[in-house]
Ligand binder design. Structure first.
Ligand SMILES: C[S@@+](CC[C@H](N)C(=O)[O-])C[C@H]1O[C@@H](n2cnc3c(N)ncnc32)[C@H](O)[C@@H]1O
Length: 338
């Protein structure tokens, strides 16, 4: 076979494989819902043993794990048992960086069904989620606390994998007040306050979300406040506004409204600190280019380039001061008064 035939053969295999690639998250979800990683915590097991414990079909489970092992998610040993890999270890419930709940959310029908409508989304320039579920995601979750719990727990766990990189990278000013806007259950703010003993904090989110916050620990006593509300209306006065994984949920006009709320309440010399993935130019793979599609189908949002963020800041009377990459997939984008 000549080089050209080889290249075409590889391209055909790629197109075929990629057309079925949706089975990978489906297989990951299966492993998570059956609790396979926890069962392997004390060493490799056969599919029969795993299936007996989780009440699954041994044959079907073996084939699912065999496929996952091709992606480094679990490992098939020579004796036919399956063991953990570093990635599969993140699916254990006692992992220091637990990711089972985020797999559970991102492979849930909340994301899965809109993905099946990506073509409509692209054709019409709209968002699939409200057409399928009858309301925008955050309104839908607010009406269904048990679904909201799945979302916010997953986000809290995802955030936990990113906090370290943020608090060790961004120099929070001494004795300032940091408001975490749309801060969820307060995981990031807890970390900021712990690492910066002179800083005080405000956790701001919807009432139903902050009701279940995690700031009430003896070491942080007296250093935080909770405020419930909407960032489209008014946010509390602060020196530093954290907007982590917020702007990517919204279209440009809504982002400008959120940034304006911060600008209007910002103390003198204050800063807005956006934490999101920043889309690089070029063809190289980058997590932002994939999550951008999720933002397109589930929210009316997008991942943005540095220039796109700069343009949003300008609309809200702010200017980009610096972009600081973190060790994870997010960057810290700091803006100050224009
Ligand atoms: C993608 S989550 C990010 C949470 C957190 N910042 C993090 O990084 O894990 C978006 C957050 O925005 C909150 N949110 C959505 N609409 C809001 C609004 N109008 N006002 C305040 N918070 C809102 C949600 O409840 C949710 O906690």
């Amino acid at each position: 076979m000549n080089q050209k035939q080889n290249d075409i053969g590889a391209a055909v295999r790629q197109v075929l494989g990629d057309s079925l690639a949706y089975l990978y998250p489906a297989a990951m979800r299966t492993a998570v819902t059956l609790g396979i990683a926890d069962q392997l915590a004390d060493g490799p097991k056969t599919a029969d043993e795993l299936a007996a414990k989780s009440g699954a079909s041994a044959d079907h489970l073996r084939r699912t794990l065999r496929f996952l092992a091709t992606r480094g998610m679990f490992h098939e040993e020579e004796d036919g048992t399956f063991g953990l890999t570093v990635s599969a270890g993140l699916l254990k419930s006692d992992s220091p960086l637990p990711m089972a709940s985020i797999v559970n959310l991102l492979t849930d029908e909340l994301y899965w069904l809109p993905a099946g409508k990506l073509d409509d989304t692209v054709r019409n320039g709209t968002t699939a989620f409200p057409d399928i579920f009858g309301a925008p995601l955050f309104d839908y979750l607010a009406e269904r606390p048990e679904r909201g719990e799945v979302f916010h727990t997953a986000l809290d766990e995802l955030s936990a994998t990113e906090h370290g990189g943020i608090v060790t990278t961004y120099p929070f000013p001494e004795s300032c007040t940091v408001a975490d806007i749309g801060g969820g259950k307060g995981g990031l703010l807890r970390e900021v306050l712990t690492k910066n003993p002179t800083v005080n904090g405000i956790l701001f989110d919807h009432e139903s979300v902050v009701a279940d916050h995690g700031l009430d620990t003896p070491d942080l006593k007296g250093r935080w406040e909770i405020e419930a509300g909407s960032f489209f209306e008014k946010v509390p006065t602060a020196d530093v506004y954290l907007l982590k994984r917020i702007l990517h949920d919204w279209n440009d006009a809504d982002c400008v409204r959120i940034l304006r709320s911060c600008r209007d309440s910002m103390a003198e010399g204050g800063k807005v600190v956006v934490v999101d993935t920043v889309v690089p130019s070029g063809n190289d793979p980058h997590p932002s280019k994939l999550s951008d599609l999720a933002m397109m189908i589930v929210f009316d949002g997008k991942e943005r380039s540095e220039a796109e963020l700069e343009a949003l800041f300008a609309e809200a009377d702010l200017k980009l001061a610096r972009v600081i990459p973190t060790s994870g997939s997010v960057s810290i984008v700091e803006a100050i008064a224009a």
